[in-house]
Design a protein around this ligand. Structure first.
Ligand SMILES: Cc1cc2nc3c(=O)[nH]c(=O)nc-3n(C[C@H](O)[C@H](O)[C@H](O)COP(=O)(O)OP(=O)(O)OC[C@H]3O[C@@H](n4cnc5c(N)ncnc54)[C@H](O)[C@@H]3O)c2cc1C
Ligand SMILES: NC(=O)c1ccc[n+]([C@@H]2O[C@H](COP(=O)([O-])OP(=O)(O)OC[C@H]3O[C@@H](n4cnc5c(N)ncnc54)[C@H](O)[C@@H]3O)[C@@H](O)[C@H]2O)c1
Length: 454
């Protein structure tokens, strides 16, 4: 049996970065990836990169103003082809980057535990076992499929992964779930020319956000033609031959609507299926994630977990930061931890929504005495220049200390601006620093002067 210093299960962001880093230190590494279509992980193959490529193509499609459905469909097909080119290129680059290293072996097979230091690999040709001094679980997450009648085996039903592979633009797209994936797909498919309806189980979208922000986002979507069915229970997705029929209940009334495709976007859960964690003694949380402490150590001393499977926020850069935490224990001071990080995020709708820190509801619940600052995007000269005067900016400030507790930016280029606020928060700066900062003009960032002028 082959022995490796490190065995990594899953070619995700944290795992691949760790593999390269350990190999650079002369360690012998095994990287196990179950699918040859997933080298590089979710982000580059079926997550961030392909969706943002499609978002970009969808915006270009709006500018071209296609008239007929055939013209819209052609632009959509070209966008899907471009997405395939991009992901294919990145997948190869990611594979080569590790495979070209002398002391890394990439196995294309399903990894599962035999014991705390032995992993079984089932490839297309053989089943083998390898031994690892240290083992790292980086198996990501998978879509949650809700118990709605008619989903299984229904050719009209898609996940975020399979919908992006559809070559034909659905004329009518039904989206079950009004979270981050639901909204990103609603935005891009509307821009491509589909008629989109979002079925949301709760009475607000993106439930973790403040109500005023969620309402501003909903209004912007409605203004561009997206239809929302809020507070509804989806009961069945029927395969009616030439179309899908969504059966749902609203205020006690049973309703139906036809669709050419139905996207299930009701969340993603940690992917531990088939890992046989019990054989290694690795414990899970009640929500099904690998149980880790703030240093990402599992219940077994030589095994760590990184990324979505560890149950934290599901973002690529969190997985990357998980790598930093693990590396710090292997080669550094061991002080780095997941408990003291502030994680910003951006949702790539149009305009984008970005957030860092606490929102107003959370700050109130934690007992802070806050000052709230708000600014409509229409007040920003650059938003007018870009012809995107849509949106709302909001900041939550600790009135006792002048520190920024959180900021929510629903406006053009917010995915860049939010990183400035995150830096200010990490540096422990008073909000007045952003209020008084000299920014270049005309930029979206200069709006931080006005937002923080409270
Ligand atoms: C549609 C969509 C859009 C997104 N957009 C963004 C975005 O814009 N920005 C952002 O930061 N995040 C985004 N995310 C989230 C982001 O993609 C994930 O948080 C991130 O990719 C998780 O990385 P990871 O390191 O946990 O593992 P992953 O990248 O998920 O990698 C896990 C790998 O493990 C493999 N695997 C699983 N089980 C086994 C096994 N038993 N044996 C061997 N291999 C196995 C899988 O095939 C996979 O390749 C998006 C996600 C989705 C679905
Ligand atoms: N730009 C980004 O960084 C980005 C983009 C997309 C996804 N992601 C990551 O992927 C994760 C998963 O995204 P998601 O949107 O699938 O999950 P989510 O948890 O954000 O949203 C799920 C939504 O579905 C609703 N819902 C649940 N069950 C339902 C049902 N039966 N019928 C109708 N609605 C129902 C919920 O109320 C919620 O609004 C995100 O949390 C995020 O971390 C990141």
């Amino acid at each position: 049996m082959k022995h490796y210093d490190a065995v990594i299960i899953g070619f995700g962001k944290g795992g691949k970065t760790l593999a390269g880093s350990l190999a650079g230190m002369g360690k012998k590494v095994a990287m196990i990836e179950k699918s040859d279509k997933m080298y590089g992980g979710t982000c580059i193959n079926v997550g961030c990169i392909p969706t943002k490529s499609l978002v970009n193509s969808a915006k270009a499609s709006v500018i071209q103003k296609p008239g007929s459905y055939e013209e819209k469909n052609r632009l959509y097909w070209e966008a899907v082809e471009e997405k395939r080119r991009l992901t294919g290129m990145l997948r190869k680059k990611n594979f080569d980057k590790l495979n070209d290293l002398d002391n890394v072996t990439v196995y294309n097979g399903l990894g599962s535990f035999v014991s705390a230091n032995r992993v079984k690999i089932e490839t297309a040709e053989e089943t083998l076992e390898v031994e690892g001094g240290q083992i790292f679980i980086n198996t990501g997450s998978v879509s949650v499929i809700p118990p709605i009648k008619g989903i299984e085996g229904n050719p009209y039903v898609y996940t975020s992964v399979s919908l992006m592979e559809l070559d034909v633009l659905p004329k009518r797209l039904a989206i079950i779930g009004g979270g981050y994936i639901g909204l990103e797909y609603a935005s891009m498919y509307t821009d491509f020319g589909a008629e989109v309806t979002v079925y949301q189980i709760e009475d607000k979208l993106i439930p973790r956000e403040d109500r005023d922000i969620a309402e501003a986002i909903q209004k912007a979507f409605e203004d561009k033609g997206v239809h929302f069915e809020m507070n509804v229970q989806t009961e069945e997705i029927e395969n009616a031959g030439s179309e899908a029929v969504v059966h749902y209940k609203k205020d006690g009334t049973a309703l139906t609507a036809g669709a050419d495709a139905v996207l299930i976007a009701t969340g993603r859960k940690p992917n531990t299926e088939g890992l046989n964690l019990e054989a290694a003694g690795v414990e899970k949380t009640p929500r099904g994630a690998v149980k880790v402490d703030e240093k990402l150590r599992t219940s077994v001393p030589n095994i760590w977990a990184m990324g979505d499977v560890a149950g934290g926020l599901q973002f690529t850069y969190v997985s990357l930061d998980d790598f930093r935490i693990v590396k710090d224990q292997l080669t550094g001071s061991g002080k780095r931890a997941s408990s003291d990080r502030t994680v910003p995020y951006s949702v790539f709708i149009d305009p984008p929504f970005s957030r860092v820190g606490l929102n107003e509801e959370e700050a109130a619940a934690q007992g802070y005495h806050v000052k709230i600052a708000k600014l409509p995007a229409a007040a920003i000269p650059k938003a007018q220049v870009l012809r995107k005067p849509v949106g709302l900016l909001k900041a939550v400030i600790d009135a006792d200390t002048n520190k920024i507790l959180g900021t929510m930016l629903f406006c053009e280029e917010s995915y860049e601006m939010i990183n400035i606020v995150k830096l200010a928060m990490d540096a422990g700066l008073d909000y007045t620093v952003l209020r008084d900062q000299i920014f270049t003009h005309p930029t979206m960032s200069e709006a931080l002067n006005d937002l923080f002028a409270v």
